[in-house]
Ligand binder design. Structure first.
Ligand code: FPP
Length: 236
């Protein structure tokens, strides 16, 4: 059987289209997000079985605070439920949970749940599930820049010696494999402030499928497309 991952070690997904999915079915937006969580649960299982090393999911961006209070509260409620209901499965299936973004700004109880789940799954090594929460790539790069500037200020690093590796190492994704494939659902052709540095040489895959409908078959299609491409990393 061919490798179902086609050699992709790290996949990231901009999970878009929950609202449109609900609208098409004349359902409340909240139900679209609920269905979106079911799609998350399924795709995490599928990716783990395929042998993907890391999956990064854009669950809540630093710009999502601009949504109505009720929707933010629905999304936070779903996040609480997801962590509570799936933590045992992560422990059993060797999934390490990681969060990228400034998640400490979320409600205290969610921060506690996340820290507990991170601690309980820290030694797992089958797949890393990195959930982006209150994440924005520009904010991540800003925090990395501050860290590097502090190292320069206290004499640990010479400005002339700064390399791209220092920047990668200061990002939230420092311990993840290079990003191979970035998927965005629902037909939008934007990166929306997601993994801007990490996507430098990633393959991009856009599909019209709305996130709640993104299943194993759709992930297989994306990976097949990845497998068919010739990656040159700037060479020829
Ligand atoms: C986009 O749909 C989706 C989001 C706002 C983030 C994705 C969130 C989830 C899948 C649920 C929470 C996740 C976890 C891990 C518990 P949209 O509302 O922008 O859709 P639209 O563009 O069609 O309106």
């Amino acid at each position: 059987m061919p490798d179902p991952t086609y050699g992709a070690r790290h996949i990231a997904i901009i999970m878009d289209g929950n609202g449109r999915w609900a609208k098409r079915k004349h359902l409340p937006r909240a139900l679209g997000h609920k269905k979106g969580v079911e799609a998350v649960r399924n795709i995490v299982r599928v990716a783990g079985k395929m042998g993907i090393e890391a999956m990064t999911l854009y669950a809540f961006s630093s710009e999502n605070w601009n949504r109505p209070d009720e929707e933010i509260s629905d999304l936070m409620g779903l996040l609480r439920q997801y962590i509570q209901s799936d933590i045992e499965e992560f422990v059993e299936n060797g999934i390490r949970l990681k969060v990228i973004g400034n998640y400490k700004a979320l409600d205290d109880d969610i921060v506690g749940m996340i820290d507990n789940a991170i601690e309980r799954t820290a030694a797992n090594d089958k797949m890393t599930l990195a959930v982006a929460l209150n994440y924005g790539a520009q904010d991540e790069l800003l925090r990395a820049t501050q860290e590097i500037a502090a190292a320069v200020k206290n004499g640990r690093l010479d400005p002339e010696e700064i390399e791209t590796g220092h920047i990668s190492a200061a990002l939230d994704t420092a311990d993840l494999p290079p990003l191979d494939l970035l998927i965005r659902t629902s037909g939008e052709l934007r990166l929306s402030n997601f993994l801007l540095w990490q996507a430098a040489y990633s393959e991009l895959y856009f599909t019209d499928v709305l996130w709640p409908d993104f299943d194993q078959k759709e992930l297989e299609k994306a990976l097949k497309s990845f497998g068919d491409r010739e990656r040159r990393f700037g060479g020829r």
